[in-house]
Design a protein around this ligand. Sequence first.
Ligand code: GTP
Length: 157
Amino acid sequence: MYRFIDYYHNEVQLSFEDHPFAANPKHVWVVCRYEDKWLLTKHSDRGFEFPGGKVELNETANEAAIREVKEETGGIVKTIEYIGQYKVMGKEKIIVKNIYYATISELIEQEGYYETYGPVLMEEIPEGVKKDRRYSFIMKDEVLKRSLKEVKKRFKM
Ligand code: GTP
C-alpha cells in the first residue's frame, strides 16, 4: 500500500490489491487505451484527465466505469479490468475510487460530453503534468504514475 499527499494536501492511500478499502466504492477512474494511445477527456473545469466519476444508484462500479468512458469521451469499452483502488481523506468526506484499465474499440462522436469537451488522445502522458495547468488535479499525485506503471506491467506494454 502506498500513502502520499495529493494536490489539495489530502492524504491518499493507494493499493493494487483486490478492493482493499471498500467492496462497493462510489467513485471510478478509468485508464483508457485506444489505438496505441492514451484516451483522456478534457474536463471543462479541471482540464485533462482520464475519464471517471460517480457510481449511480442501481449500477455496479464496473458499469459506472463503462458509462463514464462513453459519456466523457464517446469511447466504447472493449475490455475492462479492475487494477486497484484509492482512498482520499478529504476535508469533508472520505472517498474511495476503483481504478480500471480499459481498451476502447471505437470512438463515437457525440453531441455533448457531459461536463467535458470530449476525447483527447495522447501518445505519452508528459513528464511535467504536475506543473502543467492544463491538467486536472486528479492527475497530479502518485495515483497516475503508479497506475500507469501497474498497467504497463500487467498488460506487458
Ligand atoms: P458531490 O456529492 O458532488 O459533492 O461529490 P462527492 O463529495 O461525493 O465527491 P467529489 O467527487 O466531490 O469528491 C470529494 C473530494 O474528494 C474532492 O473535493 C477532492 O478533494 C477529492 N477527490 C475526488 N476525486 C479525487 C481524485 O481522483 N483524486 C484525489 N486526490 N482527490 C479526489
